[in-house]
Structure formats: structure tokens, C-alpha cells
Design a protein around this ligand. Structure first.
Ligand SMILES: Cc1ncc(C[n+]2csc(CCOP(=O)(O)OP(=O)(O)O)c2C)c(N)n1
Ligand SMILES: [Mg+2]
Length: 634
């Protein structure tokens, strides 16, 4: 057998460079390169290997958490067919990536993490940054990655790579299993040599299958659809990753079944499709939430049914509601006791449609949906047209970005009050336009993620919408965007604290406690009951400027519209800074989110919230499965 003598780290990089994926006859390298921050845990291993393999592009980052976000966002933008590897040192460099790993795993996005780990040979322990255990020498801080990784391994000998690397790739390239993959690389092992079989390092293509569901179940699903009177589709991220938007539009046009979109699924249908009821669930539109409430059949496509989608299991109130789930992952397909069509969204829709030949929903139902759609569009127009004073409203700012931004642009967001407002109000004109990380809803994803989106598709304008809280957590990737020449337009919405959690806190009777950025007075931080507070001497616009961004400070709506115009002509990362009103909110539309309220309290407002919560909780449904309701002709 032909072999090549390499260090373990060199073998890893050579292997990654030669991995390809192919779907629908489109072949591409799976890794676009490697992000990393070097320390003693990786500099002489993976660092040395990257220096030797300059055609496997290395990128710096300012924070290990951020580089994982950038990679996950890149993978999302690429429909999971391409991603990055991320290398870190040991200790804090490694554990900084844990949040990023959780984001990737929860959103089912492939990212390969290569944290450095403690010496496998152990004799010099405890090393710098080693969390010691008196019970075992077989644990390290990197064990924190286990619950947030879809595949986790520690490479204690260089030859273990022979089995670990292909397994890592199988998981990363699998539409059903993908997420964060962690290969923990002890610092000494990275530099140790081994005679690797040349075959391991040859180009390898992973074919991403479009699996099809069971035929009998497909026929049964078609019967259920034909029997239904008020069916509805819940379109999730799987529609977009599968590139099934056209197939979905065709399916909807022919059957007349309306669509509600999840956070990850928004953009599955164009916003102006008359059967697109828009956002569904807690942050849903009146149209989608009313349709959901009465639906007798829910067809979930590529959705994991988070509590935001199901309105904490209160969204679907028809007494006999049944579920058909189309999903590549069996785990998701079986949720809500559904008839499970385990398969690729596009392939499954293509097979289901002919089985529904000659059938469509009742014309009255179609007309009802159309009316709800039109009424919703009028509501969006109304909110876009608010001109709130003295501080602007978030709704009008979203309208400005949506209407003045390029139709091909991508909007990126993740946490705060923006996701809910955007889910309702954003008008998505193409399937990749609404890039929302709402699986983990991570403050700090926005700018790092925006960078990944821009890297994936540099031809598109990327608008990052970010609150002041998220900005303060993680904005340093502005520097990376400038260093690498990837321009972002960041709209920084400053409302001096947490508008989102402030509103939630008030709704729970807690007066926004701990959610304002203001000086303490009388020994406590001010809640919303305190109308006059002294502002902190913080200037986030100056902060962005100091990181190298071009900054446009805005006061009025006209300032914002002209800043959006100016930003288009600027070729480096631009921050549009604008304050907005903490109390001017987009309402919720007949929906609910289960956030339990204190059962024992000393406050009437909390007691009132508790009583309301108890009433609402009673609406939560349990979906045991549809077998018991099977009819003879099933
Ligand atoms: C890392 C992280 N910590 C805490 C939270 C909980 N949380 C959700 S929104 C939010 C406040 C966000 O503030 P900001 O970015 O200013 O947005 P705003 O609510 O003002 O719109 C917090 C603390 C979170 N989602 N992520
Ligand atoms: Mg804020």
C-alpha cells in the first residue's frame, strides 16, 4: 500500500482539501477553507499544516464563537453543500466555539470544529488552560462539545484519523444528520507523524441523495389530503435547503393549499403569492394564525416544529387535526404523531403531486385565504407607513430596508425584537433573502453571520439588522469583513437595552426589570416605571467607526432612506446607526408563547399575568398520533 508520511494535522488539512459534494450533478469542494485563531494548542499542528497548504485558504477571525457563526451562516447560504473548518487553541479558544456548535447543530448546518486538546501523552499536565479533574484523566473542557455536536471524537493517536475523518464527512454531508462535527485534536498528536495510506488523501465525492418516501405512505398521504377540507402547509428551512421553492409553488398553485412559513422557511414562496399566508406561529401573521387554528390537516415540510412555529402547541386547534410531515430526518418527520414521509422535500413534492391529480381545495377556502393574504399585505403597508416621533419605530425601519434594499439582497438577523417583527413584516422576494438564525436565536450571530452570507454570495448586498444588545456582545467581525473586503451594510438599531425582553418582562408583570441600559438609581437598575433615566455615555456609532467601518448616523426617517442609498455606493462595511423607540411595537396576531409566570409572588401585576398564563396554557394540545383516527379507506 502506498503511504505518505505526514503529521496528523497535515493529514487533516490534506484530507479536507480533497472532499467534494455533489447534488443534482453539481460538484463542488465541500470546504471553502479554514477559519482559525492560533494559540499553543494548534499553532504548531494545524497552524503549521495550513501554512504549508496555502491553497486551502486560511481566514482570521476575532473571536472563536464568531468564526463558527460565519461558517454556519455560509453553510446556510449554500444550502448546506459547502462550509468551513474552524481551528482553535485549547481551553478558552475551544470553549468559545461551544455556542457556535450549538447554533450549527440546532439549525442542522454543517460546520467542522477542530479544537486543540490536552496532551494525549499527559506527562506534562496540568498544561496552561487545562481544567483538571481529580476523577479522570480522560476528560477535558472539550467534552463540552459532546451534547452540541452531531459527531464528536478525540484523536488520541494519528492513525485514528483513518476512521474518524470519513465518519466526520458522512455526518457533515448528510441532510438528516448534519450539524456541528467536533474532532478534538490533542496538541501533541497534531504534530506526530504517521504513514497515511495515499488513498485516504485522494479526492472523494459525497453524493447528497434526494431520498424518496415509502410509496404506500405516499398514497396514504394523498388520500388524507383528498379527504381534508382545510389543509395547510407549514414550510420550514428544509424547503429552502432542498431547493424546493419552485416545486412548492407548483404544488400550491395546483392544489390551492395555503402556506405558512417558519423562521427558517420564510422565502419558500414569494411574499406576494396569493396563497402565502406568511409567517406562522408566535410571530405569525393574522392570516397564517387563523388558517392554522382551523386547519384539519397540516403538511409540515422540512420543519422541526419549534415552539415558535406551534405557538407552544396552541396553534392548531381543530379537534381532528392530522399531520403529514415531509422531512429528510425521520426524527422530525414523526413529530406530532404524523404520517411520516421521510424524504427530500423536492423529490417528495414531485411524487405527491401526481397522486393528487384532479383534486384541489374548495374554491371558497381558496378565496378565504386570498382575502386573508390581502388583508395582511395591507397591515404590512400600514406598519411600514408609520412615522413615529421623536424616535422611529422598528416597523418603519424594516420597511425602509425592505423597500430600498436591492431585490436580490439578503437580510441577516438572529435575536432581539427584530426577528419577530421581521418574520411578520419582511417581504421576501427570493428564497435566500430572509436569513434568520432562530433555532438558537444567538445574540452576536448577526454580524459574524452576515460575513458568512456575503462570503457565500459576494454579488448580493447583505443587510445585517442588529440591536444594540447583540452589537455589544459580538461586533468585532466588522474588522474581518474589512480585512477580507466583504462589504456588509449593518443597520444598528439602538434602543438602549433589550426591547424584546423588556416587552416580555412587562407582559409578565415585571416592569422590564434588568433590561434597560441606564445608570442605577437608589441602589437598583431602573425598570420601565422610571421615566427619566440618565443615559450611559456610550457611542456605538463611534465604536463602529473605530473598527474601520464607514458610519452613517441617522435621526430622521429621511436620514435612513438617504443612508441606505449612500451605503450602496460605499465599498466597505457600512454601519447605519439609528435610535428607535423601545415602546413602539408590532402587535402579536392571535398567538401565544408559553413563558411560565411565578406561581408565588408579591406583586399584583405578576399575579394577574399568572392567571392569564394558566388560562392560555389550557389551550396547549397533545398530538398522540393519527393511527387511532384512521378511517376504513385509509
Ligand atoms: C447570547 C444570548 N443571550 C441572551 C439572550 C436572551 N435575549 C434574547 S433577546 C435579548 C435582548 C436583545 O437586545 P438587542 O439586541 O438590543 O435587541 P432588542 O431586544 O432591543 O430589539 C436577550 C438578552 C439571547 N437570545 N442570546
Ligand atoms: Mg436593543
Amino acid at each position: 500500500m502506498k503511504t505518505v508520511r505526514l503529521t496528523a494535522a497535515q493529514a487533516v488539512i490534506k484530507y479536507l482539501k480533497n472532499q467534494y459534494v455533489e447534488r443534482d450533478d453539481r460538484l463542488q469542494p465541500f470546504f471553502a477553507g479554514c477559519f482559525g485563531i492560533f494559540g499553543h494548542g494548534n499553532v504548531a499542528g494545524i497552524g503549521q499544516a495550513l501554512q504549508q497548504e496555502l491553497d486551502f485558504r486560511y481566514y482570521q477571525s476575532r473571536n472563536e464563537q464568531a468564526m463558527v457563526h460565519t461558517s454556519a451562516a455560509y453553510a446556510k447560504a449554500k444550502n448546506r453543500l459547502q462550509t468551513f473548518a474552524c481551528t482553535s487553541s485549547i481551553g478558552p479558544g475551544a470553549t468559545n466555539m461551544v455556542t457556535g456548535a450549538a447554533v450549527a447543530t440546532i439549525n442542522r448546518l454543517p460546520v467542522l470544529l477542530l479544537p486543540g486538546d490536552l496532551f494525549a501523552r499527559r506527562n506534562v499536565s496540568p498544561v496552561l488552560q487545562q481544567v483538571e479533574s481529580e476523577h479522570s484523566q480522560d476528560v477535558s473542557a472539550n467534552d463540552c462539545f459532546r451534547p452540541v455536536s452531531r459527531y464528536w471524537d478525540r484523536i488520541n493517536r494519528p492513525d485514528q484519523l483513518l476512521t474518524a475523518l470519513p465518519e466526520a464527512m458522512r455526518v457533515l454531508a448528510s441532510p438528516s444528520d448534519t450539524g456541528a462535527v467536533t474532532l478534538s485534536l490533542p496538541q501533541d498528536v497534531q504534530t506526530e507523524a504517521f504513514e497515511y495510506p495515499a488513498q485516504l488523501l485522494e479526492p472523494r465525492t459525497w453524493r447528497v441523495a434526494r431520498n424518496r418516501p415509502d410509496r404506500q405512505l405516499l398514497r396514504q398521504a394523498a388520500r388524507w389530503i383528498r379527504q381534508s377540507e382545510k389543509p395547510m402547509i407549514v414550510a420550514g428551512g428544509g424547503v429552502i435547503y432542498s431547493e424546493a421553492a419552485e416545486a412548492l409553488a407548483d404544488f400550491v398553485d395546483r392544489t390551492g393549499i395555503p402556506v405558512g412559513e417558519t423562521m427558517a422557511g420564510k422565502g419558500s414562496l414569494r411574499f406576494d403569492h396569493p396563497l402565502n399566508a406568511g409567517a406562522t406561529g408566535v410571530t405569525g401573521t393574522l392570516a397564517a394564525n387563523r388558517i392554522a387554528r382551523e386547519a384539519d390537516l397540516v403538511i409540515g415540510i422540512g420543519t422541526r416544529y419549534s415552539d415558535f412555529t406551534t405557538a407552544s402547541k396552541t396553534a392548531f386547534q381543530h379537534s381532528g387535526v392530522r399531520f403529514i410531515n415531509i422531512n429528510v430526518a425521520e426524527f422530525d418527520a414523526f413529530k406530532h404523531g404524523a404520517l411520516a414521509l421521510v424524504g427530500d422535500a423536492r423529490a417528495t413534492l414531485a411524487e405527491l403531486l401526481p397522486a393528487l391529480e384532479g383534486w384541489s381545495v374548495d374554491p371558497d377556502y381558496r378565496a378565504h385565504v386570498r382575502k386573508l393574504h390581502d388583508e395582511w399585505e395591507a397591515e404590512v403597508d400600514r406598519i411600514y407607513a408609520v412615522r413615529h416621533k421623536p424616535l422611529l419605530s422598528q416597523g418603519e425601519l424594516i420597511g425602509a430596508v425592505n423597500e430600498l434594499g436591492d431585490a436580490d439582497s439578503v437580510m441577516v438577523c438572529a435575536a432581539g425584537s427584530l426577528p419577530g417583527d421581521l418574520h411578520k413584516l419582511w417581504r421576501a422576494r427570493h428564497p435566500k433573502q430572509f436569513h434568520m438564525e432562530y433555532g438558537y436565536s444567538t445574540m452576536g450571530y448577526e454580524i459574524a453571520g452576515g460575513l458568512g452570507v456575503k462570503m457565500a454570495d459576494p454579488g448580493r448586498e447583505v443587510y445585517v439588522l442588529v440591536g444594540d444588545g447583540s452589537y455589544l456582545m459580538l461586533s468585532a467581525e466588522i474588522v474581518t469583513s474589512i480585512q477580507e473586503g466583504y462589504k456588509l451594510t449593518i443597520v444598528l438599531m439602538d434602543n438602549h437595552g433589550f426591547k424584546s425582553i423588556g416587552g416580555l418582562s412587562r407582559s409578565l408583570g415585571q416592569d422590564g426589570f434588568g433590561t434597560r441600559y441606564a445608570y442605577p438609581a437608589d441602589g437598583a437598575l431602573p425598570g420601565d416605571g422610571v421615566s427619566r433615566t440618565e443615559p450611559l455615555p456610550v457611542d456605538l456609532a463611534a465604536n463602529a467607526e473605530s473598527l474601520g467601518a464607514h458610519v452613517l448616523r441617522c435621526d430622521t426617517f429621511e436620514d435612513v432612506t438617504s443612508a441606505l442609498e449612500t451605503a450602496r455606493g460605499i465599498d466597505r462595511t457600512t454601519v447605519i446607526y439609528v435610535e428607535n423607540d423601545r415602546y413602539e411595537s408590532v402587535p402579536s396576531y392571535e398567538s401565544w408563547w408559553d413563558v411560565p409566570v411565578a406561581e408565588v409572588n408579591e406583586n399584583d401585576a405578576v399575579a394577574h399575568a399568572r392567571r392569564e398564563w394558566e388560562q392560555m396554557r389550557a389551550n396547549e394540545r397533545y398530538f398522540p398520533g393519527s393511527e387511532s383516527r384512521r378511517t376504513a379507506d385509509d
